[in-house]
Design a protein. Structure first.
Length: 143
């Protein structure tokens, strides 16, 4: 199962849905939990509280979820961190670039790599994600 099919299934089963989706001017990127999503979220929170907060006698806070750009600039997140995504033009599948390159080309790309490094590796090593994935699955099934 790939990313797109998991996300589609989650939407169909009401794990989450876009906020204010009935309004045409709703802000992109904001989501609401559906009944199943709330249940999963609550179970995860209780596990986190039990295993990390209570066990280690920590204090819990509930901080802001939306922050200004200056916070991420000051922390170095905007300048130093990225998770480039690959979307195959032939088959439409989407993957994290570093993970896919490591799996297919057996090459570890350093965290300091820029987008040009990813593009170069993709051009050299990856033709179609779907074909490569099917090939890898066939290899696993034949062993």
């Amino acid at each position: 199962m790939n990313y797109e099919s998991v996300m589609k299934l989650a939407l169909e089963r009401a794990f989450y849905f876009p906020s204010c989706e009935v309004y045409g001017d709703a802000q992109a990127g904001f989501w609401e939990y559906g009944p199943t999503g709330v249940s999963v979220k609550n179970k995860f929170l209780e596990l986190w509280r039990r295993e990390l907060v209570r066990r280690d006698r920590m204090l819990e806070i509930d901080g802001s979820q939306i922050m200004s750009k200056s916070v991420f600039e000051a922390s170095g997140h905007l300048g130093n961190f990225a998770d480039p995504i690959i979307k195959c033009k032939k088959c439409g599948l989407t993957f994290r670039a570093d993970k896919l390159i490591a799996e297919i080309a057996n090459v570890e790309i350093p965290e300091s790599a820029d987008l040009e490094d990813f593009d170069k590796m993709i051009q050299e090593k990856i033709l179609c994600v779907q074909n490569v994935k099917e090939s890898l699955m066939q290899q696993k099934n034949s062993t």
